[in-house]
Design a protein around this ligand. Structure first.
Ligand SMILES: [Zn+2]
Length: 170
């Protein structure tokens, strides 16, 4: 990275910090020759992703939109904003790794729900209903079965947090 002051090609890194939902790294550098300090951003190259909605309309994938929708679903649950951020990152990384160029909103919703279901039942149900994942009766009963299975497991694992979730559902 060339120094903006003297064009010396070498600098050393004073500080690294992730930015933009961890999609980029901000680095504070110091020129080895003139000690000029400057900032660089390193960004992961991403493939644009298209989401195909149920009615056939296409829309570019937007991380902020997903983050916003998930945050709403997770309001007043045990899920923290940090966990929401991790779900978004996890799903996006998976899609990038698999080189997806397009995905149906249904498949995308399922990827999110898989992860959300491990965090909170309430958030799971809210997200599923807001994003119209209950397209038909079979979908809905599949989700109920999943929740039942999960309920048994979570009762054993952590009654306290699950109890809180059930209170919110009423
Ligand atoms: Zn310099």
């Amino acid at each position: 990275m060339q120094c903006p002051n003297c064009r010396h090609p070498e600098s050393h890194v004073l500080e690294s910090r992730s930015a933009d939902l961890s999609r980029s790294v901000r680095r504070r550098r110091e020129c080895l020759r003139c000690q000029e300090r400057f900032t660089t951003y390193e960004r992961i190259e991403t493939i644009p992703l298209t989401v195909i909605k149920r009615d056939g309309r296409r829309e570019s994938f937007r991380r902020s939109k997903m983050f916003h929708g998930l945050s709403q679903a997770c309001e007043k649950t045990t899920v923290t904003p940090e966990q929401v951020k991790l779900v978004v990152e996890d799903v996006e990384n998976l899609l990038q790794q698999r080189n997806y160029r397009e995905i149906t909103s249904q498949d995308l919703g399922e990827l999110v729900l898989d992860r959300l279901g491990q965090l909170s039942e309430v958030a799971y149900i809210r997200f599923a209903s807001v994003y119209g994942q209950f397209a038909n009766v079979e979908d809905f009963s599949a989700i109920l079965r999943l929740l039942e299975k999960r309920g048994e497991k979570s009762l054993r694992l952590g009654q306290a947090s699950q109890h809180q979730d059930h209170e919110l559902l009423r």
